[in-house]
Design a protein. Sequence first.
Length: 449
Amino acid sequence: MWSVRLTICPEKIREGELRSGDERIPEDIINHSWIPVSSLVNDELEEIYMSVLSSPGDDCRVFDTPQKVRGTFGLGGGWGSLGYHNLSSFPLIDMCPRVLEQLSYHPCHENPMWAVDVREFGIAIEVDADTPENASFERSNVCVFELERKMPSPIPSPAIPSTSKPHISDPVMITLLLMMTTTQNPNPFNKLSGDVVTRQIFPFLDDSGSICDRSKLCILNVSSIKEWPTPTGVKVNMMPFFPNDKESLPEACQAYWEIIRLCVCHSRGSKPLVAYLTIDESNVEEGKTQRRGGLHTETPGVLVGSNIAPRPEFAYHHWGHGYYNHGRVEGGIYVANNVANSTLFYDAEVRKDRMRDVPNGDCRYLRKHLGNPIFSRANMIYWMSDRTPHEALPMPSGPRQFVRVILGGVDLWFKDHSTANPLVDLPKSVRVIVGSKFASDLTELTEEG
C-alpha cells in the first residue's frame, strides 16, 4: 500500500512561486512512501475542484472542517529539495471515483481521495493507492516541496461576548452548575440532571470550549473489510482475549479473526497481553441505534459511582487509551460496521485534565466545540482514542454487524454489561464493577471484591 500526498496550485506552479523548505523531515513523512503524480498538475484541476465544491453530487460529500491534514506537499521543477508545511482545518471534499477519473488518476482500487481547499496555499490532495507501476525508488528518497504564501491570513477579530445572556466565569459557580448536570456525585442537585437542564446551563459557561483538544489526529480510517463473516447472531461485549492467539477466542468469534488481525497489525509499539473484543450481530428497528446513542467517549471519565476514582497515577479511567504520534498509533480502539452513516465521529478529544466534566463520557453539550462530524463508511475500520467523541446514529430497519477491538489498557470492566471468556482471565489490574453504568442513580455502582 502506498500513500500519496500532494499540494497542487496550478497558478503558483506556473508563476514559479514554489520554494524548497528546510532540511528537517518529520518522522511521519519518513514513515510513508512518497511518489510524484505529475498528471495531477494541469489547468483543469482547479476548475474541476471548484465544480465539485459547488455541486458535489450524490457520491461526494463536502465538509467545513473535518480531518486534519498533517502535511501538504507540492510538485516543482526539480525533485531534490525537501519541505514541510503543517495545516490544521480547511474545507474538505471526500473525492469520489468520478472526480478521480477527471483528474486523470486511476488508483488500483476504490479508496477515497481527500482534497482540501487550502485557498492561498493551493490544493492539497491525499490519495491511498496500491503500489503504482512507475514507483522505482526507495522510501529514503523523499521528494516534497512547500508552497510559500503571498500574504498571511487575516487575523480574526476577537469574539464579542453575547449581550443577550450572562456568561459565568466564577469557578465556584461553574462547579455548582456542573454538579447539577451529573448523577456521578451524591449532591442535592442530582435530581435535576437531564438533557433539558444541561442545554439550559452550559450556554452560560464560558470555558466549555477549553475542554476539547482539536490539535491532534483523533480519528483515522485504517483499512477496509473485504468480506464480513456470515452473521450467526453473535453478541459479545468487552470480552478479553489474547491479540496474537486465535485459539483464545470462543469458536463462535473466530470467524472475525481476519478483521481483528487488521487492527492488531496496524497498532505500533508493544501490544497488551490482553485485548478486548466486542461483536454485535443484530437486527435494528427503524429509527433506533444498535449501539450507545448520544455523543460520548468510551472512557467513563473520572468518577464512577460515588467513590470509584482512578488510580493515583492516572487522570481518568482508561478504556483503551490510544494516541497518534508521527504517523504511528499506539493502543486505542478500532471499530467497524457494515452500514454506512450509522456512526458519527469528531476529530477531537476531551483533555485528560477535563475528563471530570464529562460524567460517564457524556459529551452532548460539547458538540458545538468539536468542528464538523465525520460519518462512518460501511466496511471501514476506524481507529480512535478512548477520549474521542462519537455516537451511534438512528438507522433504517435491517441487520447490522459491528466489531470493536480495544488494544490499550482498560481500568474498569463492567460485569453487568460485559462477556466473560472461559479461555482468558481478566488482568489482575482491572477493577470489576457491579451494577448498570446506564442507571439513573450511578451511586449504586460498586467494585467487586
